[in-house]
Write a protein that binds this ligand. Structure first.
Ligand code: PLP
Length: 426
């Protein structure tokens, strides 16, 4: 019987046998014991499934990864130590030195830097396109050595909505996978695989954990990309891996298992960005209420965005759930049940007014974080972007008046009351 997403949030990934713990056990152990060298050897050869060292795999992490795979509708998943590690692994698993990736320009700043600076240094080239680019514009970005397309369902913090179906169509036409960072909507509000995306990534640090408790990431494979049909493009998945006795990942683990097994066996082995089992346990507690929390975060986001838009001390509001928004039509298509709890807006009076407003807030705390149970707020011109002049701020789309507000799970009347009293000084 297929289950609804809320049931999966609570039940998927771990099912105890007779007499076993009801809650996911935290296997706080680096290593695992074996009766014979032969038995252990089979694991090293990827001949048998099992655990030998937590850098590669740990039962707690696997239970939680299996739950996220079920939520996204994928065939396999792995946890990573952070969202940064998830996005690096997901792209580096298919693109290496001499390759090229097409990416939406509306992506998280950390991911943009990873691509545009660090991965370029590794010899991987990137072309950036608009999240609502036309098919012709997307086609023009491809090169013979393009190995993947990347985007974010809702860009953090620009709040642009990706045209997933169009990006997927063009990626498929060029024989490469579409990778989508689905951090902001979570699988509760959007499941990119249903629109043709091949690989999903997450910063679980945000809504999935949801309580500001642990940094983490996740990669999920849809199992829908036929690597063998594009053997020449993806030799890492379709030809023998000499570091694993000549295993061919697609042959041995099939279309649904090859990507995650290669990513674990090669990249986690060599880079070691594993999530701690304790953090995976905390993440699972967050996942158990994700369906309830996302509903509340999205409702609070929508109500506050509408209230701000009607306030005459507010210069502009950016939220994909507003009819006035450039991405409203895409949000209606991909996010019909709500988008997220993050809203950005400008206060009339620029930088000075924004500073006064920030100082007056009582509930929302000043943090660089977003997507937490507790509301938080940031004035980028005075924090993450404070090295830039007013002119430079405008040029990079983060005006001196811009406030980024992440609505938590509090009662919306109190959040609006707090905004109202803080705006009274502007
Ligand atoms: C925060 C964030 C990341 C980075 O994740 P970390 O867990 O902080 O490493 C990646 N993508 C998006 C959309 C994010 O919001």
């Amino acid at each position: 019987m297929t289950q609804h997403i809320g049931t999966k949030c609570v039940q998927a990934g771990y099912r105890p046998n007779n007499g076993e713990p009801r809650q996911i056990p935290i296997v706080q152990s680096t290593t695992f014991r074996y009766e014979s060298s032969e038995a252990m050897g089979k694991l090293f050869d990827l001949e048998a499934a099992g655990y030998f060292y937590t850098r590669l795999q740990n039962p707690t992490n696997d239970y939680v990864a299996a739950k996220i795979a079920a939520l996204e509708g994928g065939t396999a998943a792995m946890l990573t130590s952070s969202g940064q590690a998830a996005n690096f692994f997901a792209t580096f698993n298919v693109a290496s030195q001499g390759d090229h990736v097409v990416s939406s320009s509306a992506i998280y700043g950390g991911t943009f830097n990873l691509f545009n600076v660090t991965m370029r240094r590794m010899g991987i080239d990137f072309t950036f396109v608009q999240p609502d680019a036309s098919e012709e514009e997307l086609d023009a970005a491809f090169k013979p050595n393009t190995k993947a397309v990347f985007g974010e369902t809702i860009a953090s913090p620009a709040l642009a909505v990706l045209d997933i179906e169009r990006f997927a169509k063009v990626a498929r036409k060029h024989g490469v996978p579409l990778i989508v960072d689905n951090t902001f909507p979570t699988p509760i509000n959007c499941r990119p695989f249903e629109w043709g995306c091949d690989i999903v990534t997450h910063s679980t640090t945000k809504y999935m954990d949801g309580h500001g408790a642990g940094v983490g990431g996740c990669i999920v494979d849809s199992g829908n990309f036929n690597w063998d049909a594009h053997k020449d493009k993806f030799p890492g998945l379709t030809t023998p891996d000499e570091s694993y006795h000549g295993i061919v990942y697609t042959e041995k683990f099939g279309q649904g298992g090859a990507f995650i097994t290669k990513c674990t066996a090669q990249l986690m082995r060599d880079f070691g960005s594993i999530q701690s089992p304790m953090n995976a346990f905390l993440l699972n507690l967050g996942l158990e209420s994700l369906h309830l929390r996302m509903k509340r975060h999205s409702e609070n986001g929508q109500k506050v965005a509408e209230w701000l838009e009607a306030n005459d001390k507010v210069a502009w509001v950016n939220y994909p759930g507003l009819k006035s928004n450039r991405y409203y039509a895409l949000a209606q298509k991909y996010l019909p049940n709500g988008s997220c709890g993050v809203v950005s807006f400008g206060v009339k009076g620029g930088r000075a007014a924004a500073e006064k407003f920030m100082a007056k807030l009582q509930i929302a705390a000043i943090e660089t974080h977003v997507a937490d149970a507790r509301s938080c707020v940031l004035h980028p011109a005075n924090a993450t972007h404070r090295q830039l002049s007013d002119e430079e701020l405008v040029a990079c789309g983060v005006g001196p008046d811009m406030i980024r507000l992440s609505l938590g799970l509090e009662d919306v009347e109190d959040l609006i009351g707090d905004l109202e009293q803080a705006l009274s000084v502007v």
